[in-house]
Design a binder for this molecule. Structure first.
Ligand code: RNT
Ligand code: ZN
Length: 411
């Protein structure tokens, strides 16, 4: 079936072997927080910040060892190159009584050891500015309280240093993504001053003297959160302008816009100006619900924009969703495989030919061609890719075994 698929794609001018070879090299940064409902290891306890994990499926990872074990199992069922995406709240403190502004590389050395042993490509990082008592009145880097602001500035600086350590350990740049929950539930009296305070905080953070060749600093905007419906300090316009003026990177989370705005359209807009754009791939159902990523049309469009614009490597792909209503490992694998499928789907298109039709204004042929791709035997190529990665389409049997043996024992 693979051979016949290869011929059908070749008739379109697509080299299937080249597509598979390219897919193998695209790293996907997989979030650790799908494993434990974004709780973390540093005692923050319940999740705050206007984000929410719903469901109580049995078997949440409750500590470092359980999380490592689940990551190991889930990641072993994911094809392709994987990076590990950590939040600062996953520090391995080992009895060290330090707060988040004092986190240091040593608190993440056990993760580095684990990631290296597991053959991951690198570690990406995120300051954790939620689930903490110093999120005062829902504000962090934009807080009117100078002590609160200073605490989170110090936290972010320590995160930049930790990211630099990751880059040194893995010998390649790592991304650190700044997202804050700051905003208001109801109509504010002042929309500008909080943004000016956020701007001042970011300036202080970036002035810490980190190594730009090793650390990619990204800022993630959002339109609203739960209990933060009326105003978000770190809005899209704020961060896009901040990033452009300060030569850092924008992170687009496809759950963070109005439902009729598409990241697949925003991505090429940013690629016209930036060398690097970061992504959080999620699936919002009516809102920023962080459902498991599936192989759907918008995901395919995002992947097409990466592939056809020569942006593989420029676009840092990371996953960001959390579902506690189903087996968490299955959620992890399903989402990562969906991203891989979308990239393969995009790699199996003769983009040059389609672009030519667009430039010649032959929209009739363009439509017909685009429809034809939808029924080509994509699944046969996908299964061949999995086989070469020593995997099969069926991962659930394996996950069920792990569930029955390991997850069922957890309270
Ligand atoms: C929240 C943002 C943010 C978080 C993670 C846990 O709306 O998407 O990226 O999901 O940092
Ligand atoms: Zn996100």
């Amino acid at each position: 079936m693979y051979d016949s698929a290869k011929k059908l794609y070749a008739a379109k001018g697509v080299d299937v072997e080249a597509a598979i070879a390219a897919l193998k090299e695209i790293p996907i940064s997989v979030h650790c927080w799908q494993g434990d409902d974004v709780i973390g290891l540093d005692g923050g306890g319940s999740l705050s910040g206007g984000i929410q994990t719903t469901g109580n499926y049995k078997g949440r990872a409750r500590n470092f060892d359980e999380l490592k074990s689940d990551i190991k199992k889930a990641f072993s069922l994911m094809p392709g190159k994987k990076r590990l995406n950590l939040h600062a709240s996953y520090a391995v403190l080992g009895g060290d009584k330090v707060d988040r502004d004092k986190y240091a590389p040593e608190h993440f050395a056990p993760w580095v050891e684990f990631a290296k042993k597991s053959g991951f490509d690198g570690i990406d990082f995120n300051p954790t500015m939620f689930s903490h008592p110093l999120v005062k009145n829902g504000l962090t880097l934009s807080s009117p309280d100078p002590e609160v602001r200073a605490f989170w500035v110090r936290h972010c600086i320590s995160c930049l240093k930790i990211t630099e350590y990751f880059a040194d350990e893995f010998g390649s740049p790592c991304t650190v993504n700044i997202w804050i929950p700051d905003g208001f539930k109801d109509v504010p009296a002042d929309r500008l001053t909080p943004r000016l305070r956020l701007k001042a905080s970011l300036d202080e953070i970036l002035a810490c003297g980190y190594d730009k060749s090793k650390v990619i600093v990204a800022v993630e905007s959002k339109v609203f959160g739960i209990g933060v419906e009326s105003y978000t300090v770190g809005s899209n316009e704020f961060y896009q302008n901040y990033a452009a003026k300060n030569d850092i990177c924008c992170l687009l989370d496809n759950g963070h816009y109005h439902p009729l705005e598409y990241v697949s359209d925003k991505l090429p807009a940013l690629l016209a100006f930036y060398d690097t754009v970061a992504l959080h791939v999620t699936r919002g159902v009516r809102w920023d619900s962080d459902h498991v990523v599936l192989f759907e049309d918008e995901l395919k469009e995002i992947a097409k924009e990466i592939v056809r614009n020569g942006a593989i490597g420029k676009v840092k792909i990371a996953l960001d969703y959390f579902d506690a209503s189903i087996n968490r490992l299955s959620a992890w694998v399903t989402g990562q495989r969906a991203m891989q499928k979308a990239l393969l789907y995009a790699l199996l298109i003769n983009h040059a030919a389609l672009k030519k039709l667009q430039d010649e204004s032959d929209f009739t042929a363009l439509m017909v061609e685009q429809e034809e791709y939808k029924t080509l035997p994509f699944g046969d190529v996908w299964r061949e890719y999995l086989e070469r990665e020593k995997l099969t389409e069926n991962y659930l049997t394996d996950i069920r075994k792990y569930e029955n043996k390991i997850l069922k024992e957890r309270n």
